[in-house]
Design a binder for this molecule. Structure first.
Ligand SMILES: *Cc1c(COP(=O)(O)O)cnc(C)c1O
Length: 384
């Protein structure tokens, strides 16, 4: 008998054995510059010494306690998240992944608006693979094989402000769940007018805004939350990916009056708030703050943008901070990804004609330029 991984991700690109800073190494010792960061997870690079130390130090104390107890790490992580939240007295629920954070948000909305059961989400959005999160995910290919899904979700055409205004005027719509920049769809930012429709819905109709910051949060766009660029103050938001820099953790963060609608026993997670994961999370946010990472990311983003725009075959560059989507003149993104990998650069092709770049936020200027150079060479060979 032999055990094997389920084939859900397609043929693996390689077998990686080690990571250090912005580099990953395969079993043959080949080195790759990581412009994917494990899909916006290892924002502080691989094996970051500060996070490493935080987790190892927690390992020597206690690994798990159950949520009948708090630990200094879970309290500290909640405190740090409260400091970066755009509203006062944030309440935090810890879980283990992005999808779980979304599930928690959906239950919160159910509790908070019992008479307004509909939740609006955007065409092309991605909120996770569990059945609740998938019900919120408006991508037919991901949904259809698993129907019937949860009812009550209303699809808003992406960046159609008029449609958003109409849908949120429906008194049955209690909340909008949205990504400030659609990540899995290939890095597509909300337009200002569309974001304004969200703000107006919150103000005029009391619609709850739940910002899915799983990919855009924690400095990826140069702010703590991607929705801040639009002046949106969400009623709740979700975090995951970069929160543990690779240690699995997710979080739902809500305004206190909203959180108060969830009663003891309504929700929970055995591993949620696990000391190892929350030790990592607290250290991640503390490091980001100390290193002034937001300013750094904005600077690096400004540096990268003019280098990316003129690359061969690139028709448009979208994104913010160090989150880039590159539209290509032909649907060859998967091939470009493979060729970049062979040239020592890891990036990703979320759609056939879009590349996504998510370099580590601690990357140096020369490393950033080097990665763009490698990509430029690959594109030049295809399009030049
Ligand atoms: C990755 C992602 C999720 C799902 O997170 P998982 O940890 O894979 O469950 C949800 N929303 C957004 C915006 C994401 O990028």
């Amino acid at each position: 008998m032999t055990g094997m991984l389920m084939d859900l991700y397609g043929p693996p690109m390689g077998n990686l054995v080690r990571g250090s800073g912005v580099y990953l190494f395969d079993e043959e010792g080949r080195r790759y510059l990581d412009f994917l960061s494990g899909i916006a997870v290892t924002s502080l690079g691989h094996n970051h010494p500060v996070i490493h130390e935080a987790v190892v130090s927690q390992l020597t104390r206690v690994w798990h306690t159950s949520n009948f107890f708090t630990t200094p790490s879970s309290l500290r992580a909640a405190e740090r998240i409260g400091e970066i939240a755009p509203f006062a007295d944030a309440r935090v629920f810890f879980c283990n992944s992005g999808a779980e954070a979304i599930e928690s948000a959906l239950k919160l909305v159910r509790r908070a608006c019992p008479d307004r059961p509909k939740i609006a989400t955007l065409s092309g959005s991605f909120h996770g693979r569990t059945l609740g999160a998938l019900s919120a995910t408006m991508q037919p290919k991901k949904r259809q094989p698993f129907e019937p899904l949860l009812t009550g979700f209303v699809e808003v055409p992406f960046n159609d402000a008029l449609a958003m205004r109409e849908i949120t005027a429906d008194p049955e719509v209690g909340a909008v769940l949205f990504e400030p920049i659609l990540g899995e769809a290939g890095v597509l930012p909300l337009e200002d007018g569309f974001a304004q429709a969200l703000i107006d819905a919150q103000r005029d109709h009391g619609v709850l805004l739940v910002s899915d910051e799983i990919q855009t949060g924690l400095c990826r766009t140069g702010e703590w939350l991607g929705c801040s660029y639009y002046g949106i103050v969400p009623d709740a938001f979700t975090l995951a990916k970069a929160l543990g820099n690779g240690v699995p953790i997710g979080a739902l963060v809500a305004k206190p009056e909203l959180a108060a609608t969830m009663l003891v026993g309504d929700h929970g997670s055995t591993f949620g708030g696990n000391p190892l994961a929350t030790a990592a999370a607290a250290a991640v946010i503390e490091f980001m703050e100390q290193a002034s990472l937001r300013e750094r990311v904005r600077h690096l983003g400004d540096l990268a943008l003019p280098l990316l725009k003129p690359l061969s075959g690139v028709t448009k560059v979208d994104g913010r901070g160090l989150m880039f989507g590159l539209a290509l003149a032909a649907p060859v993104a998967p091939e470009v990804m493979q060729e970049a990998f062979s040239s020592g650069l890891i990036l990703n092709a979320p759609t056939p004609n879009r590349l996504r770049l998510l370099p580590p936020l601690i990357i140096s200027e020369p490393e950033l330029k080097q990665g763009i150079d490698i990509l430029g060479g690959v594109l030049e060979r295809r399009f030049g």
